[in-house]
Design a protein around this ligand. Structure first.
Ligand SMILES: Cc1ncc(COP(=O)(O)O)c(C=O)c1O
Length: 405
């Protein structure tokens, strides 16, 4: 299968500065101590293991780059996306704080809650979140695992398959007219009235700690990649963005840990929901006007999360904005495997980072701008598998199960 070129927009970040130290502002959002705590908790959850880092030699050869590694988050904890280690981690933290406020002084672990310790208190708690799909699935899964109640807000464009995937963990679903940002507002308003705890992955407040905790959960993805590559440091990481939480987690973790030796961070977005692209271009958070609906359904955010922006504004090196037509051929190419590469199941949003890499590598101007070539060791984040099986079958033409078999 041949890799075909498609037109993408790209910009460099005029405010990225590799010599800038990781400072107090950034540390308030993400830090190594927070990473160690998140790792200690999440790695103790039933079923936790590192997701695979798959070498794509055929694709590297066709694109004329040194090495490509695909981080397959489709294999994460049975939830099929990296989101599993964010939302559920926030639910745990919310319950730990709640129990501490009730006078329980001992440290309550995930294992305690799974064993139904403190059940009577925990059952009273209601967590709420707005979602394009995967974040809500993680929050609902975490609520069920740790024993509290859950309400999930979905905007009108979220598919029925995604709704069913969330409802199966016992969450109550609320549908909201409009787009993702409308569902975030509705969730916040109802939670304030009802006394629910918002497990939201985005906020306008730079100091909001729940979105930061969620990003701290995501830093495990970045840490696993480094340990899987051992001494071989990546030169570039391509990572997709919705509200920017995943990209900030990866960029912030590497910035703090590796300083000037950190990889180039290339953020990839749909052109229809390009809030990071616009914000980097303007040098300040900038909203996408109007409709952000996109085939890359989980990236349909019109506004960057403020805590994520603290890190992204200096740590992103470039941003690529993809046309809608980029997702389907990339999913198909990954499913087929290029020149002996293993077949990979990637959802519409999960394939976006790889689509950005293909677009950049096949365009001489973008290759030059991003500094990619035969010397590059590139990691591309596959942030989800077939999280919407109906959509996957429509686009790829067969069931996801038959691809990986
Ligand atoms: C599969 C997938 N990839 C990427 C993202 C983007 O993450 P963020 O919104 O933290 O930028 C999401 C968000 O829901 C997602 O579900």
């Amino acid at each position: 299968m041949e890799l075909k070129r498609f037109d993408a927009l790209a910009i460099q970040n005029a405010h990225s500065d590799r010599s800038r130290p990781y400072g107090e502002c950034e540390r308030r959002v993400l830090n190594q101590e927070g990473f160690r705590k998140a790792y200690a908790e999440i790695s103790s959850w039933p079923g936790y293991k590192e997701t695979p880092l798959i070498k794509l030699e055929g694709m590297a050869q066709q694109l004329g780059v040194g090495e490509i590694f695909y981080k397959d988050e489709g294999q994460r904890l049975g939830l099929k996306s990296f989101k599993a280690i964010g939302g559920a981690y926030a639910v745990l933290a919310i319950l730990q704080r709640y129990l501490a406020a009730q006078g329980i002084t001992e440290h309550v672990t995930a294992a305690d809650l799974i064993a139904k310790k403190h059940r009577a208190e925990v059952e009273k708690v209601i967590v709420a979140a707005a979602t394009d799909g995967n974040h809500g699935r993680s929050v609902a899964w975490g609520a069920q695992m740790f024993g509290c109640q859950c309400v999930i807000y979905l905007h009108e464009h979220v598919s029925l398959t995604r709704e069913q995937e969330i409802a199966r963990y016992g969450a109550r679903i609320v549908r909201v007219a409009g787009h993702y940002d409308d569902s975030v507002l509705a969730c916040a308003a109802d939670s304030a009235v009802n006394g629910w705890y918002v497990a939201g992955d985005t906020s306008n407040d730079v100091g909001a700690d729940v979105p930061s905790l969620i990003m701290q959960g995501y830093t495990l993805v970045a840490a696993e990649i480094l340990s899987q590559l051992a001494e071989r440091k990546p030169t570039h990481v391509f990572v997709q963005a919705g509200v920017g939480g995943l990209a900030a987690a990866v960029a912030g973790h590497y910035w703090e840990l590796l300083g000037t030796e950190r990889p180039n961070i290339v953020v990839v977005e749909p052109q229809r929901a390009d809030c990071v692209f616009r914000s980097i271009a303007a040098g300040r958070p900038t909203q996408v006007p109007g409709d952000t609906n996109t085939v890359m359904a989980c990236l349909a955010a019109g506004e960057v999360s403020a805590p994520a922006w603290v890190i992204l504004q200096h740590a992103v090196d470039s941003v690529i904005a993809l046309p809608e037509s980029a997702a389907a051929p990339t999913m198909q190419v990954l499913a087929a495997g290029i020149a002996g590469d293993p077949p990979i199941v990637a959802g519409e949003s999960g394939c976006a980072a790889t689509a950005g890499l293909i677009a950049a590598a096949l365009d001489p101007r973008l290759r030059d701008m991003l500094g990619i070539g035969p010397q590059s060791r590139i990691v591309t984040i596959g942030s989800e598998g077939a999280t919407d099986e109906d959509a996957y079958q429509r686009i790829v033409g067969r069931a996801s199960e038959s691809v990986a078999a």
